[in-house]
Ligand binder design. Structure first.
Ligand code: MSP
Length: 499
């Protein structure tokens, strides 16, 4: 079974902030989870390097667009290992192999009769690189995303006959109720489609920083058409000497933020239909991380620097916070105080302490060897079906809900420690069996939650599993009691030290 997951590709006119790390961390959690299920996973991320905003930013900085793209793309590429993203490839849209493939697919769309030449007139946001439809124009002809004035543009362009795909899109949505998730976003997409589709301009004549239109070298493709195709083109050259298209196309899941819904749920499927290519299985739309009630973004200047956060709290803490604090799919506020509270209260106290207490007790009372035994039946019953439930939720990209299921068990194990008070059992020689059961159950419980937490906390899970003497990450073993006793534990430093 294969699983192909993508992030949006990031604009290089700015440097990475937490909003970008957010999309990537979410995709990485799913990629790692599917690998644990034994699936063949391909995880793609990268940078979107053409278009007017890049030209403008390069002008401001006195460099060429290519220089700016090289410099900023590197910063995104370097972000990936820093946040522990396990992407299989990093695509850059300036890669000549991408360019050639974009031309090939769009030529096919042209040959199939879905392109014509015309004049475009309308409101345009240079920062979104998007022509706004009437309903998308904000007060005083401003951009609702950037709160900046829109430009009135008029030019001769090539047009994509989007309007011709309305019925096919509606039919697709009717047949695939999970095509766009969550449901509110599905409804948003379908109502946009039902509202009537206008043809869209496919090329730009006053710009040279883009992919040349093969049948008209005086124009370049509108950056969104070039960018969307990355999901498809990458497969043909990501692995040297191989073409992965057969194996991984159509994509299993595109993860995107809500600001780019129209492109991914309307333009993109229509383009694929026009090129006779299969459509992705699902698009999951997440919300925004907000600071002081506004979308965190470079242009608004309210960004939380992920590098600083990782310096202080560690990569796993950042990943955890992103999945935990804001219900994935909705908007939510983030703050440094929020980080501190989750780090102390949950990671250090609930999880870290549970692990270090338990390891210390096995070391002290059982000479570091995990006792053999049956798990406590009450706890076993409460862990029953946990891995399946997590799989079910992650199949719907419900990162926060899945994490919460796991965390409930961590809390349950903490209560179990208090109920059983192993330090009391250890004083009473007649309670040896009960102490064995208690310690075995705790170790197994910690092992199971840690295997399940691996996608969220890759570093911590590896460290802790190794301290438990059981390193397997396979989801099939994420069952209480699947690990036998007899392993030797090695308590180490606190998992989440005081900052
Ligand atoms: N280049 C386009 C995407 C092309 S995909 C074919 C783009 N780039 S972006 O860099 O502006 O944004 C990339 C992703 O980051 C989007 O999904 C966007 O929603 C996400 N985020 C940027 N700021 C964000 C927050 N403050 N919160 C959550 N995600 C946000 O759009």
């Amino acid at each position: 079974m294969s699983f192909y997951v993508t992030t949006p590709i990031y604009y290089v006119n700015a440097v990475p902030h937490l909003g970008h790390a957010y999309s990537t961390i979410a995709a990485d959690i799913l990629a790692r989870h599917h690998r644990q299920r034994g699936e063949d996973v391909f995880f793609l991320t990268g940078t979107d390097e053409h278009g007017e905003p890049v030209v403008q930013a390069a002008e401001r900085e006195g460099v060429t667009p290519k220089e700016l793209a090289d410099r900023n793309s590197r910063r995104f590429e370097e972000l990936m290992p820093r946040i522990d993203a396990s992407n299989d490839f990093f695509i850059r849209t300036t890669d000549p192999r991408h360019v050639a493939k974009v031309q090939e697919v769009l030529q096919r769309i042209y040959d199939n009769g879905h392109v014509y030449s015309g004049t475009y007139e309308g409101w345009y946001c240079p920062a979104c690189a998007d022509f706004k439809t009437d309903v998308e124009v904000g007060p005083d002809n401003s951009c609702p995303v950037h709160k900046a004035p829109l430009d009135w543009h008029k030019e001769e362009n090539w047009f994509f006959r989007l309007s011709a795909f309305q019925e096919r899109l509606e039919a697709h949505y009717a047949q695939q109720p999970d095509f766009v998730m969550p449901r509110t976003r599905f409804n948003e997409a379908i109502s946009f489609i039902r509202g009537g589709l206008q043809d869209v301009s496919l090329s730009r004549s006053q710009l040279t920083w883009g992919v040349p239109v093969p049948w008209d070298q005086s124009q370049v493709f509108y950056v969104w058409f070039d960018a969307l195709l990355n999901y498809y083109t990458a497969l043909s050259f990501a692995r040297p000497g191989e073409d992965l298209t057969e194996q991984f196309w159509p994509a299993s899941l595109h993860l995107i933020g809500k600001d780019i819904l129209k492109f991914h749920t309307v333009f993109w499927p229509a383009m694929l239909m026009a090129a006779d290519l299969p459509l992705p299985q699902r698009v999951f739309v997440h919300g925004f991380l907000l600071m002081d009630g506004e979308k965190m973004s470079k242009s608004l200047g309210n960004v939380l620097d992920p590098f600083e956060v990782m310096e202080r709290f560690g990569t796993d803490a950042l990943r955890y916070y992103c999945a935990r604090e804001v219900n994935f799919g909705q908007d939510g506020s983030v703050s440094t105080a929020g980080f501190e509270a989750r780090y102390e209260g949950e990671l250090a106290n609930e999880y870290g302490n549970l692990a270090s207490r338990t390891l210390a007790m096995v070391a002290r009372y059982r000479d570091s060897v995990v006792p053999d035994g049956e798990p406590d039946p009450t706890i076993a019953a409460e862990f029953d079906g946990l891995a399946e439930r997590v799989c079910e939720l992650l199949d719907r990209a419900e990162l926060t809900a899945a994490l919460d299921e796991i965390w409930q068990r961590i809390r349950r194990l903490n209560r179990f420690v208090e109920e059983r008070a192993p330090w009391k059992l250890a004083k009473d020689p007649s309670s040896g069996d009960e102490l064995d059961i208690t310690l075995y159950t705790l170790i197994e419980g910690i092992r199971v939650v840690t295997v399940l937490l691996h996608p969220y906390l890759p570093e911590t899970s590896k460290k802790l599993l190794s301290a438990l003497g059981r390193e397997g990450l396979d989801l099939a073993d994420a069952r209480l009691g699947a690990g036998a006793g007899g392993a030797t534990v090695t308590p180490g430093d606190p998992l989440f030290p005081k900052t």
